[in-house]
Design a protein around this ligand. Structure first.
Ligand code: ZN
Length: 512
């Protein structure tokens, strides 16, 4: 009897199972990495940071090796040229093509660059915290210089044939292109600037005083949890905790964690923080569970992710129908603050438009202007038409142009966001794209579900959630964002739905 040294030829199906097995093993460890990150944000002792950094780096290294492993890459390449990649079931065809795409991009990144990016962005974030504290642009600028140099290098390695900004954007919004986004944002800005001016000049401006009364945090905790549960967030597969900067993190197929912060003198901080993060959470909980760890079980893009959070936060959560249901619940939770008010008063208060310096505190209308400013500046930095040394002045000039006021300090201007320090370049536009997608999806849902507002007013959120499950969540990453929205709504992506939605809702709120 002889033994062969050659492995038996694998069928494409066996090859597919093996490739998916490795991708899922990487996903298990990526979930461990996410858990370390969640723990770092929610409960890490003050002096535990350094060792946590080592733990996170160790796990990240293993995940990167599993994903870029040469043998894994060879198997994906063989699979991609097999008949299964062309004529298999749609989930299988899509999975193979996306795994091949991801592997190529990741494998092109040299280990040295991965480590340098991790180290530099970690130090840059610490430098950013100190610089923001001191409102000192000069001490942060050299760090930003280093981060953008590394990001340009990353773009050139990963997608050498693409424009460098588009190459970075691809990590968050696959296949998006900056000229198309610029054109969309320019049209949007042309509509938003006069809308902001009209809201500010309106004779019957809403007053948000009712939201600025004492709202005890213990009562807020019970109330926002009840609201999240009511819209469909499954607390047997998730939880809610407290952090300085709210986020949503998925630790496994049945473990989605959302966080919020509390302000006992301003109800919207926690309520709208939770509606936003629960919107992200509903998407994560609605992704195809059997495909967890594979593209068919992943979010389509950050823009689509953001469309889900914005839809629940703004299009549902600020609507008169929502407050018809929510007001009695809120008044029972906060009898002192809301005993003498009405649903209409609270709902109108939530539609106050006030230009301000800080993006994360911005109202729904001005928010997009904050995003567009960052998009144009970061693109110019990546493409080399703006030098980091000139960024602060460029920021202040642009802010004055769009908002009619100049940031009094760097902390209220160029230093306010952590994204660039963290290496998140190409990320900002997904916030405004999310608003565009959300408005178009909501319009389609309302057309297809004629009783939608009546349902919401009665506290029935399942019809809307089911619609999102079928038209958005079920597709995982198999459709890109443009095709996903087009298929769900029956028309090409257009910012006009957002413009119409804002105009109509804010006009209604600015009538006495
Ligand atoms: Zn979000």
């Amino acid at each position: 009897m002889t033994t062969s040294t050659r492995p038996p030829a694998q069928s494409p199906e066996e090859l597919f199972a093996e490739v998916c097995g490795q991708a899922r093993r990487a996903a298990v460890l990526a979930a461990v990495e996410a858990l370390l990150g969640w723990d770092e944000q929610t409960g890490l002792p003050a002096r535990a940071g350094a060792y946590r950094g080592e733990q996170a780096a160790a796990v990240a290294g293993i995940v990167h090796r599993l994903r870029t492993d040469q043998a894994h890459g060879d198997r994906i390449a063989r699979l991609a040229s097999s008949p299964l990649a062309r004529s298999g079931p749609p989930e299988v065809v899509g999975t193979i093509s996306l795994l091949a795409r991801d592997h190529t991009k990741q494998a092109r990144l040299p280990a040295r660059l991965v480590e340098e990016l991790a180290r530099t962005t970690s130090e840059a974030q610490q430098a950013w915290r100190a610089a923001r504290e001191a409102s000192s642009w000069k001490t942060f600028a050299p760090w930003l210089e280093r981060v953008f140099a590394l990001k340009r290098e990353q773009a050139a390695c990963q997608l050498p044939d693409r424009d460098p900004y588009d190459a970075l954007l691809d990590d968050y919004e696959p296949d998006a292109s900056w000229p198309a986004i610029t054109a969309r944002f320019d049209r949007l800005r042309g509509e938003l600037v006069p809308l902001v001016q009209a809201c500010v000049a309106a004779a019957e401006r809403p007053d948000d005083g009712v939201l600025r009364r004492p709202y005890p945090v213990a009562d807020q905790r019970r109330f926002v949890r009840a609201v999240a549960e009511k819209i469909g967030f499954d607390f047997t597969r998730g939880r809610l905790d407290t952090t300085a900067h709210p986020f949503c993190s998925t630790i496994g197929p049945d473990d989605c964690r959302i966080t919020t912060r509390w302000d006992e003198r301003f109800l919207p901080t926690a309520l709208y923080g939770v509606l936003h993060e629960a919107g992200h959470g509903l998407y994560e909980q609605g992704l195809p569970r059997d495909w967890y760890g594979l593209p068919a079980g992943e979010a389509a893009s950050l823009g689509i992710h953001e469309s889900q959070s914005r839809l629940w936060e703004n299009l549902v959560g600020r609507s008169p129908a929502f407050w018809e249901w929510c007001f009695p619940v809120a008044r029972a939770a906060f009898p002192q603050a809301l005993g003498d008010s009405t649903a209409r008063e609270v709902q109108r208060a939530l539609m106050t438009v006030t230009p301000s310096f800080i993006r994360v505190e911005a109202d729904e209308v001005t928010y997009n202007l904050h995003v567009m400013l960052r998009f144009d500046l970061e693109r110019a930095l990546v493409q080399g038409t703006l030098a980091v040394a000139d960024l602060r002045d460029a920021w202040n000039e642009r802010f004055e142009h769009d908002f009619g006021m100049r940031p009094p300090t760097d902390a209220e201007g160029v230093l306010q966001d952590i994204h660039w320090a963290a290496g998140l370049v190409g990320y900002f536009p997904t916030y405004a794209l999310g608003n565009v997608f959300a408005a178009q999806l909501m319009h389609a849902a309302r057309t297809q579900l004629p009783g939608l507002d009546r349902d919401i007013a009665a506290g029935r959120f399942a019809p809307l959630l089911d619609w999102l499950r079928r038209h958005v969540h079920a597709h995982g990453r198999l459709l890109d964002s443009e095709r996903l929205v087009e298929q769900a709504t029956g028309g090409p992506v257009s910012e006009q739905w957002l413009v119409d939605s804002l105009r109509q809702r804010y006009a209604a709120a600015h009538e006495g």
